[in-house]
Design a binder for this molecule. Structure first.
Ligand code: TXA
Ligand code: MG
Length: 321
């Protein structure tokens, strides 16, 4: 059903291993325009093209450097997005008018099946589904089908599809690597560790680059509750300084941090990977409980901890007066 909807130019929310995406056929500008409208996303924030396999690179991109192919070989299907110069026929709708395109091969079995079916229906094996995270612009990304419906239920049409693939296993978005230069540059930390990108390419990664990643705003991924980062681990002090009753305060931290008296524990993950998996659901839970403040102790900077800390920072920035 999802593939048929996409083939016909309708929208389908799709599960991926990272977060749920709101998909449209990348080669149907009207469908892509509906994705922007549904999210309330500004037109100059480009989307990621999701494809079945790395062979599609040669359809959508040009001048793909060897190190980008090495990354694709190693990490696809998986939580890695590469930014490369776009092929001449690629329209402005997907790329937000940039001369580059972001491409990813997702790993979730259901979405892979949808891409394969869509390839059959369209007779085009390199068909791409343009899909941003399936949340309203600037808000918390969805990691279950219920989250998607809570975000977009009001704006999707009856003949659009929300495909339920369970809870996302990674829980934060893909790592975005700018592959337009002679060495890779990290535009967004995510499900693939930067150290692994360097190990596979044998190159040092820059952070940021000349390439614009407009969606990586300082303020993003924000619940209604005000998020405060507690990097010194002193949760008791942070509760005392929050200026609200402890029962209006949620706490998000690794399991070895205690919960200050009276505060609401939102999650107690045992590792950075588990932290990533529960992060967005915990931020949504804070809003469901109508909490005013979320105190978040970020995990360590290693591995996926970097991505979790990045998202918490942006969520905290969004809440600043
Ligand atoms: O894990 C993910 O990447 C999820 C799932 C659904 O695949 N998708 C996702 O999409 O996070 P979105 O739209 O929420 O974030 C995509 C990011 C944005 O920051 C956007 O600016 C950046 O990718 N981006 C897309 N195309 C780009 C390009 N050509 N150059 C630089 N950045 C680009
Ligand atoms: Mg997003």
């Amino acid at each position: 059903m999802a593939a048929a909807a996409l083939a016909a130019g309708r929208l389908s929310a799709l599960p991926t291993e990272t977060v749920y995406g709101l998909g449209a056929r990348a080669d149907v500008p009207g469908a892509v325009a509906r994705v922007y409208a549904a999210k309330g996303r500004p037109a100059d924030h480009p989307l990621i093209a999701h494809v079945l396999d790395a062979a599609a690179l040669d359809t959508w991109a040009r001048q793909v450097p060897d190190y980008a192919r090495a990354l694709a070989d190693r990490f696809w299907p998986g939580p890695l997005t590469i930014v490369v110069p776009r092929a001449p026929h690629v329209g402005d709708a997907v790329t937000g008018g940039q001369d580059t395109i972001a491409i990813r091969v997702p790993a979730h079995a259901l979405t892979r099946a949808v891409l394969a079916r869509l390839a059959d229906l369209t007779g085009d094996r390199s068909v791409a589904v343009a899909a941003p995270s399936a949340n309203r612009f600037g808000r918390v990304s969805p990691t279950t089908a219920e989250h998607v419906i809570a975000e977009l239920g009001g704006v999707l049409r009856e003949d659009d599809v929300v495909l339920d693939g369970g809870r996302c296993t990674v829980g934060v978005e893909s790592t975005i690597v700018d592959c337009t230069g002679s060495t890779p540059a990290i535009l967004r930390p995510g499900g693939v560790d930067v150290a692994d990108v360097e190990a596979i390419t044998g190159l040092r990664c820059g952070v940021g680059s000349g390439v614009r990643a407009p969606g990586t705003l300082a303020a993003h991924y924000a619940p209604r509750a005000r998020v405060v980062l507690v990097e010194d681990h002193h949760l008791d002090v942070a509760v005392a300084n929050a200026g609200v009753d402890p029962d209006r305060i949620g706490v998000l931290a690794l399991v070895d941090e205690g919960t200050p008296e009276g505060a609401v524990r939102l999650a107690a993950p045992a590792s950075a990977a588990e932290y990533a998996k529960v992060l967005y659901a915990a931020l949504r839970e804070a809003d469901a409980l109508d909490l005013e403040v979320v105190l978040a102790v970020p995990p360590g900077p290693d591995g996926i901890g970097a991505a979790v800390t990045d998202r918490l920072r942006r969520a905290a920035f969004a809440g600043q007066p």
